[in-house]
Design a protein around this ligand. Structure first.
Ligand code: ATP
Ligand code: MG
Length: 565
């Protein structure tokens, strides 16, 4: 698999949608124009599944010198909020895409959609049904049995128009009437069996306020919005495949130009250990299972951003998973691999100790601080070097010491010599414990002849430890994350609610960690590799007197390991 996503350029591999487009270009369809749209419903924050759709829609347009509209599908006033509109724009922009001045709302078309509904009524292609929702649905039939026609199906256009106008004027209550397209109650496609196109909803709309008390259904708004915007390719997920005849039927009824937007379906993204539906994510937020939409454990774009994911890593992920027509589940390890791969190239290396154990170097001069040189990024020589302060007292990782080590433990133990990264060889002489027998401090000596980490006499050590000066450091809180769910398919169990699979250990807070002084001016979202520990970024919760880091990913790459097998 080639990894050819660089910067913000169109570098999407050719997929079946691109093949369709290239054939159309050869045929001269739409004068070669490619115009896509990304149509989120503003009823929640965007997630990684939406990122796939964003990369596909914007990436495809870029590849064929086209353009992409951002259109909010705000046909359902009861669930939509302005906060979501703002977050969606921020997330699309952050991913690196630009919709120019083409920001639209389905609600921009409420007047036109209403006029179109009137035209359908006048052409005997729509009627007002007085039956309630349950009755209408009981008449739908089954895929093998035709539906039953409504007793109101053959009202005259005049009567329908009068009722529809009165629906609009607010004369009726919710559920009293609906407007239905008059298509075919015997169609093998259930969506063609006189679908509801307008319903009464006495709800305040985030943009049109109280102007309307009837609202169009999504199916009645989407294709026409595409048409009016000049969209050439309406790319959507597979569940809309069965809606396509209806999509085409509505556009045909407009009877305007020759041009038609073309709906093309692709398989939505599913990820292991992840729930992806906005409704379920909203539940996690509202009921405080997580700290918000941007909780670093959430699969939302804002959560991934806060966790330390880069736009490039998400775009590369979208590229790697490809676009198909077959539903499947992607291993979340591939997403984690993508951020590692990107940060490995970019992240500044520093040393940080998460579970500190104090080491006193008895033969190091009291009060002395010396600067040692460390490599900023071995993957990027242009990143240069930095100074790391070394002193008589340092911290090492508690895990890197064992008083009574098993055979395969090569790190520090009594009487043993190890290397301190970028510094010296260090030998442990004494172990200090508290009254409970817990190790509180080590007394060690260093070999001044091993500066830089090599012994002039050629003697070797089996381990290199990271460390931080106990006097020259930045204290920080570190938040370690694990997967939010401990089941591969948390919403795939018929009899068990997905929340039963929440991982109780998905967040672990380490209140007192020590990081080398280099990070002291780090800003929110800056990423680092803590040597040997993983990638970490600065959480926006950081206060001036205390940095907070999130662990973006561990260094161990399960995905890369699997691929090598
Ligand atoms: P959810 O089921 O999470 O609520 P949705 O499909 O209702 O998602 P929309 O806001 O309607 O969310 O989606 C906007 C666009 O993103 C649509 O074109 C939709 O097909 C696409 N999309 C949503 N979820 C995914 C996914 N998991 N993978 C790929 N595309 C997706
Ligand atoms: Mg939706």
């Amino acid at each position: 698999m080639s990894d050819n996503t660089s910067g913000n350029e169109a570098s999407v591999k050719k997929n079946f949608i691109h093949q369709i487009i290239e054939e159309e270009i050869v045929d001269g369809k739409n004068e070669g124009r490619v115009h896509t749209r990304f149509p989120p419903e503003p009823n929640g924050y965007l997630h990684i599944g939406h990122a796939k759709s964003i990369c596909l829609n914007f990436g495809t347009a870029q590849k064929y010198n086209g353009i992409t509209n951002l259109r909010f599908d705000d046909t359902n006033p009861s669930k939509e909020e302005t906060e979501y509109v703002e977050s969606i724009k921020e997330d699309v922009r952050w991913l690196g895409f630009d919709w120019g001045d083409r920001e639209y709302f389905a609600s921009d078309y409420f007047n036109k959609l209403f006029d179109f509904a009137v035209k359908l009524i006048e052409n005997s292609k729509a009627y007002v049904d007085d039956q309630d929702a349950d009755t209408i649905s009981s008449q739908k039939g089954t895929p093998t049995r035709p539906g039953e026609e409504s007793p109101f199906r053959n009202r005259t256009p005049e009567e329908n128009l009068d009722l529809f106008m009165r629906m609009k004027a607010g004369e009726f209550e919710e559920g009293d009437h609906v407007l239905r397209a008059k298509i075919d109650m015997a169609s093998p496609n259930m969506h063609m069996r006189d679908p509801i196109i307008y319903r009464i909803m006495k709800a305040h709309h985030h943009r049109t306020g109280d102007k309307w008390c009837i609202y169009p259904m999504y199916d009645f708004a989407h294709g026409q919005s595409d048409y009016w915007e000049g969209i050439t390719h309406s790319i959507c997920t597979l569940e809309f495949e069965v809606h396509r005849p209806l999509y085409d039927w509505f556009v045909d009824q407009l009877m305007e130009a020759e041009y038609r937007p073309r709906q093309i379906e692709f398989a939505r993204l599913n990820l292991t250990y992840t729930v992806m539906s906005k409704r379920k994510l909203l539940e996690l937020v509202k009921d405080n299972y997580v700290k918000g939409w941007d909780d670093p454990r959430m699969p939302t774009i804002s959560g991934l951003r806060r966790r330390g994911y880069t736009p490039e890593s998400i775009r590369n992920f979208a590229e790697k998973i490809g676009v198909t027509k077959v539903d499947g589940v992607i291993d979340v390890a591939l997403l984690e691999h993508s951020v590692r791969e990107d940060l490995n190239k970019k992240a500044q290396r520093v040393m940080g100790v998460l579970n500190p154990l104090k080491v006193v170097i008895t033969n190091y001069p009291e009060g002395q601080v010396e600067q040692l040189q460390a490599v900023n990024n071995p993957e990027d020589p242009s990143a240069g070097k930095r100074d790391v302060p070394f002193s008589k007292e340092i911290y090492i990782e508690r895990d890197d010491f064992m008083e009574d080590p098993p055979r395969k433990f090569f790190r520090l133990a009594p009487g043993r010599e190890v290397r301190l990264r970028y510094a010296y060889f260090l030998t442990c002489n004494d172990v200090i414990k508290d009254e409970n027998g817990e190790v509180t401090e080590l007394r060690c000596t260093y070999d001044p002849a091993t500066k830089g980490g090599n012994a002039p006499d050629g003697r070797k050590v089996k381990a290199t430890l990271h460390w931080v000066s106990a006097s020259e450091n930045v204290e920080a809180e570190v938040r370690l994350y694990d997967r939010l769910f401990n089941d591969e398919e948390p919403d795939g169990h018929k009899d068990t609610d997905f929340k039963e699979f929440l991982n109780p250990d998905s967040l672990k807070v380490l209140p007192t960690c020590y990081i080398e002084p280099f990070v002291k001016d780090a800003k929110a979202l800056d990423s680092f590799q803590f040597e040997r520990l993983g990638y970490f970024n600065v959480d926006p919760d950081s206060a001036t007197d205390k940095l907070v880091f999130n662990r973006t990913a561990q260094l161990r790459d399960n995905w890369a390991k699997q691929q090598k097998k």
